[in-house]
Design a protein. Sequence first.
Length: 118
Amino acid sequence: MRRLVLIVVVILLVCGSVYLVTASSSRPSYEPVKIVDMGDQAPDFLLEDTAGNKVSLASLRGKVVLVNFWATWCPPCRAEMPSMEKLNEAMAGEDFVMLAINVEENGRSVVPEFLKKS
């Protein structure tokens, strides 16, 4: 009986070790994020808008840029959209740009349909 318990424990330890090794190697790796302090220049990034045009933060230098991260499934994001649209209209003609960045993995497919309905 002792031998059977020992064999089961060894098998469980081996299976657990294999699981831990494979689970940790399948996780995506991320680069460390540099924290931007007040007054620091924001790091540049390049995005594609709904029309397929490339937009970089560097190209907007000298303007006031409001960066808003949102998702179609996010109720607070959807609730703030009318206010954001009013702000964008009120600031038209100023050196103001609003970047609404969708954070969904399938954003390219869901955003155009969402905008049609809105």
